[in-house]
Design a protein around this ligand. Structure first.
Ligand code: ADP
Ligand code: MG
Length: 393
């Protein structure tokens, strides 16, 4: 998706105030009626309808009159609110090119004031599984605010919390910098997703490191659940970094064994196909007798000494609660159960990552300074009715 941050330059305080009002209204409205936006925004000099029109023009809002007349945020609108907040916090000053696109996320480079480049992941839960969102709405129906905004925010919060906790435990993950709404800012990993790597100096060492990570995670009570060549980054020195954590579950999950085995299987399959690592059983002669051996043993879930409680203790410290975990699991589970794992025919991440990304320069990096614009003069001379009429035209 195109993220034209230039628009940010032209947005006034009132624009952001009205955008935020729609966001607040969406906590309990699928579509926020304009009267409610007016009330929440309470612009000093009026003019909400004019602002709404402006926000529609920039596609930050969507107007829908199918069920009743109202507004909702678009992804872009939500992106802008998060970006604005993070810029105000001084996390970064500029947004650069897109470096990744997932089924349910977009990743951009962002720059700090000192020029350091970070990665910004915008979660888009529900982008491809919108039907799932709808079906889940039934049993999560008690929550009116159960929508993609909420889910994407939860996914970001979860990813941030896991990244931070994993980093503290010495796992090779990006440094979690900050998080707001559906947006996670992290250090930029040098290197490439493993799927793009055609050759390795030491495929066996890399393989053992990666399988070691799956086991080490389980020892800490966790399963990645999407551990494959798309979510493993590798640098020129063949160091490994794992990414993408919103779907992780605890080893006490009822399907833990299946998820663990699937993660392991993905890695075995990929290394066998791409780097010709041999996992075939073969017969060795040991002490004069023939013994069946395998070059690499598949780690056995049941024999791993697991330390549970990681989720509860450490993650809740980052504001991600067990309740949040349960709720997002309900949604994500459907997706991960459907995924068939890693092979050449198709994977969970298929299409996200290929060489084509190198050309994905949605926006060349520039030194765009996301500074606040002076407040715009309002059109309060116009009456509300007139504004509304204009807006509807
Ligand atoms: P999704 O959940 O949509 O799969 P990922 O977190 O896997 O999103 O990111 C998608 C792609 O974006 C990755 O495969 C990688 O190429 C790129 N990417 C993600 N995070 C980083 C990062 N911290 N540094 C560099 N590239 C990244
Ligand atoms: Mg991924």
């Amino acid at each position: 998706m195109k993220l034209d941050v230039d628009v940010l330059r032209y947005l006034s305080k009132d624009d952001f105030r009205v955008l935020t009002a729609v966001e607040m209204g969406m906590r309990n409205h699928e579509l926020v009626p304009s009267e409610l936006v007016v009330r929440i925004a309470s612009l000093k000099h009026g003019g909400t309808y004019k602002v709404l029109k402006n926000l529609l023009k920039y596609k930050l809002l969507h107007h829908d009159s199918s069920k009743y007349d109202g507004f909702r945020l678009t992804y872009l609108g939500y992106d802008f609110l998060a970006i604005k907040t993070l810029v105000n916090r001084g996390v970064f000053v500029a947004v650069g090119r897109q470096i990744g696109v997932g089924k349910e996320s977009d990743i951009f480079e962002v720059a700090k004031e000192d020029g350091t480049i970070l990665a910004m992941k915008l979660h888009r839960l529900g982008r491809t599984s919108f039907r799932a969102v709808k079906s889940k709405r039934d049993y999560l129906g008690h929550r009116n605010n159960y929508n993609w905004l909420y889910l994407s925010r939860l996914a970001a919060l979860k990813e941030f919390a896991f990244m931070k906790a994993l980093e503290e435990h010495g796992f090779p993950v990006p440094n979690a910098v900050d998080c707001n709404r559906h947006c996670v800012v992290m250090s930029l990993v040098q290197g490439y997703p493993l799927v793009q790597v055609k050759q390795l100096q030491n495929p066996d060492i890399v393989f053992e490191t990666i399988i070691g990570l799956v086991v080490h995670l389980a020892e800490h009570g966790l399963i990645h659940c999407d551990f494959n060549e798309f979510n493993i980054m590798i640098d020129d020195d063949e160091n490994v970094t794992m990414i993408d954590f919103p779907q992780m579950v605890s080893v006490s999950h009822r399907n833990a064994q299946m998820y663990f085995d699937r993660d392991v299987e993905c890695i075995f399959k990929f290394f066998s196909k791409r780097f010709n690592l041999s996992f075939q059983e073969h017969t060795d002669e040991i002490d004069g007798s023939e013994v069946d051996t395998e070059e690499y043993d598949r780690p056995c879930f049941s024999s791993i000494a697991k330390c549970t409680g990681f989720l509860d203790k450490e993650l809740s410290a980052s504001g991600f609660t067990r309740k949040d975990q349960d709720e997002i699991e309900k949604f994500i589970e459907e997706g991960i159960e459907k995924d068939t794992g890693s092979d050449d025919e198709g994977t969970a991440d298929e299409g996200r990552n290929s060489d084509e990304f190198d050309e994905t320069n949605i926006k060349e990096f520039d030194s765009l300074q996301l500074l606040e614009q002076p407040e715009r003069v309002n059109c309060d001379e116009k009456g509300k009715a007139e504004e509304r009429q204009q807006f509807c035209e």
